[in-house]
Design a protein. Structure first.
Length: 204
């Protein structure tokens, strides 16, 4: 007589790493906007704070992976044919050649704008108003930048790795802006109404 057995795969919460109980309902989130993972009910608010995209939520357009991986040229950055969600720089023309640090700022902003964190920042800005923003290249780490977004009662700090497969991650967050190092509070960018990060680059 053939015995019929059933096996159940063990599921774990992607945040607290706790094994989910049999019958426990998991909420699915996509940390990178593409691949979904299980999150337990106790951690779902934390997933939202991380900027993870909940399954079934409306998605915002993203930059294709092939474009993320290549270094942006001036023509690609300032091409007027780019759609509004993909434009990193304000529409006014830049009448000079950008420096390497400025190009890194633009690429970091472009990657941030293609990530789910843009939705997080845009949502908070609707409640707390426009934040102050800085984009700082880490000393000695050419391809890594820090994006700091600050309101009076909270702040978020993101690491942007230009050459990484997962280029944007939430590094730190807090409530008191005075906790931040002075190098991260030299404001050189701003956030638009839809959460898009735009570097403040002089035209001339």
């Amino acid at each position: 007589m053939q015995r019929i057995t059933s096996t159940t795969a063990t599921r774990t919460c992607a945040i607290c790493e706790r094994s989910l109980l049999l019958g426990e309902r998991a909420i699915r989130f996509a940390p990178n906007g593409v691949d979904f993972v299980d999150v337990c009910p106790l951690c779902q608010e934390q997933a939202v704070e991380y900027g993870w995209l909940k399954e079934g939520s409306p998605t915002s357009p993203t930059v294709p992976e092939s474009r993320r991986r290549r270094r942006l040229g001036l023509a690609g950055i300032f091409d007027g044919r780019r759609s509004s969600h993909d434009a990193t720089i304000a529409p006014e023309p830049i009448l000079r050649r950008l420096s390497e640090p400025e190009l890194a700022m633009v690429e970091a902003a472009d990657l941030f704008n293609a990530s789910p964190y843009r939705r997080t920042v845009g949502g908070i800005a609707k409640s707390l108003g426009p934040p102050r923003v800085s984009i700082v290249q880490l000393s000695g780490v050419k391809s890594e930048l820090v994006v700091t977004v600050v309101w009076d009662i909270s702040w978020y700090q993101y690491r942007v790795s230009l050459d990484s497969a997962q280029p944007v991650r939430l590094a730190e967050r807090g409530h008191d802006p005075t906790q931040l190092e002075t190098s991260f509070v030299e404001w050189n960018a701003h956030v638009t109404d839809d959460g898009r990060l735009v570097p403040d680059i002089a035209r001339l």
